[in-house]
Design a protein around this ligand. Structure first.
Ligand code: NDP
Length: 390
């Protein structure tokens, strides 16, 4: 693509936190983009608002019961409307130059894999896809020549300072973690944490699921697994350090003792903009770092006693095969139950640990087998949830 051609863009999960921030950047230079498809789950109102603003060729709502609402609201707009899981995959397969994979959870897996098959540039936010299907996804990326650009701020930071030509000289990846809203809380105090408290992140404004994951530090566990696949690194070479100011977004330590970092204000439009403009860079509205105003940058080791999720994530990564998939399935069931007020905050880790111990761990052979194991793990996690209901 040269600079005068429009970039054809598809946004999977356009109504979410990452999706809306992607559209915010696009709106600032709208004539450069041709919007192929936007997708949502149930939020018709936001999808309609976006569609009227950017006029995509296709608007998809995953929940089929919302099809008529969407169709009526966009009547006469010359926008194709579709609904259902198959339509999400179809949207992901439409010829595009650039696809943002920003559906939350394992629901994003089929469309993200479909987008990878097109060989386009894939801005990759849906970390659950790599956690559940790491080997399948990376094989596909290699086979189809798709350009995978990490959106997660940590992985985007590493991507920016990881010298692929010096891979053998990399000592370790250092993922930074804000520590979440309960970084300094005791286990006793964590017992009564409410969904509203867990969703109120001290630094980042994000969707509900990833906010709870940050609060339990499961988000960092998923990110360790994501980093292992994205950068082809063994678990023992991926370190996590808590850095509450979230100024350093992650680092690569080289064997000569040099450590390279990417820094910035905590604004997802920086990594999203990096992916959107790649291989160039674009101007974003994110606040600039003012080093004279940063009093201190602090670092601490994660506390495995108060935040066992990181240990569980590492165990799953070491076990390999379907273990990360089982971890993710149990986490999704547990987080939803917590958000629905059915279980307590500390019950989340109980559901995950019990489900992981139950088994379901085999080698990961195919997508069909993946969905089978995923369903079994979810059913088991639901049964554990039943025993913990409030
Ligand atoms: P949100 O919950 O804000 O948005 C999720 C998007 O996915 C929405 O468009 C939602 O539609 C859609 N969606 C939800 N469930 C389904 C489903 N079953 N089928 C189809 N579409 C669905 O999530 P975020 O934007 O926060 O996160 C998206 C992904 O990016 C996650 O994997 C997260 O881990 C990752 N990420 C997010 C960051 C952030 O700052 N938010 C940072 C780094 C990574 P609807 O609006 O209709 O519900």
């Amino acid at each position: 693509m040269n600079n005068t051609e429009k970039r054809r863009v598809t946004i999977l999960g356009s109504t979410g936190s990452v999706g809306t921030q992607t559209l915010d950047l696009i709106a600032r230079d709208a004539q450069r983009y041709d919007i192929v498809a936007l997708t949502a789950n149930r939020n018709v109102k936001e999808l309609v608002r976006q569609a009227l603003a950017v006029k995509p060729h296709l608007a998809v709502i995953a929940d089929e019961t919302k099809y008529k609402d969407l169709k009526d609201a966009l009547a006469g707009e010359n926008i194709e409307i579709a609904a259902g899981k198959g339509a999400l995959v179809e949207a992901a397969q439409r010829p595009s130059d650039w696809v943002m994979a920003a559906i939350v959870g394992s629901a994003g897996l089929p469309p993200t894999l479909a987008a990878a098959r097109t060989g386009s540039i894939l801005a990759f936010a849906n970390k659950e896809t790599l956690v559940c299907a790491g080997p399948l996804m990376m094989d596909l990326v290699a086979k189809e020549g798709c350009k995978l650009l990490p959106v997660d701020s940590e992985h985007n930071a590493i991507y920016q300072v990881f010298d692929e030509t010096q891979r053998d000289s990399v000592d370790r990846l250092i993922l930074t973690a804000s520590g979440g809203p309960f970084r300094t809380w005791t286990r006793a105090a964590m017992k009564d944490i409410t969904p509203a408290q867990a969703c109120h992140h001290p630094v980042w404004a994000m969707g509900a699921k990833i906010s709870v994951d940050s609060a339990t530090m499961m988000n960092k566990a998923l990110e360790v697994i994501e980093a292992a696949w994205l950068f082809n690194m063994p678990e023992k070479q991926i370190e996590v350090v808590v850095h509450p100011q979230s100024v350093i977004h992650s680092m690569v330590a080289y064997k000569d003792g040099s450590t390279l970092a990417q820094l910035g204000t905590p604004d997802m439009r920086i990594p999203i903009g990096y992916c959107l403009a790649w291989p160039q860079r674009m101007k974003t509205p994110a606040a600039r770092l003012d080093f004279t105003q940063i009093n201190q940058l602090t670092f601490e080791a994660p506390d495995p006693e108060r935040f066992p999720a990181l240990r569980l994530g590492r165990e799953a990564l070491r076990l390999g095969g379907t273990a990360p998939l089982v971890l993710n399935a149990a986490n999704e069931i547990a987080v939803q139950a917590f958000l629905d007020g059915q279980i307590g905050f500390l019950d989340i880790e109980k559901i995950i640990e019990t489900t992981l111990q139950q088994g379901f761990i085999t080698s990961l052979e195919s997508l069909d087998q993946l969905f089978e194991v995923d369903e079994k793990a979810r059913a088991f996690a639901r049964s554990v949830r039943q025993s913990l209901l409030r």
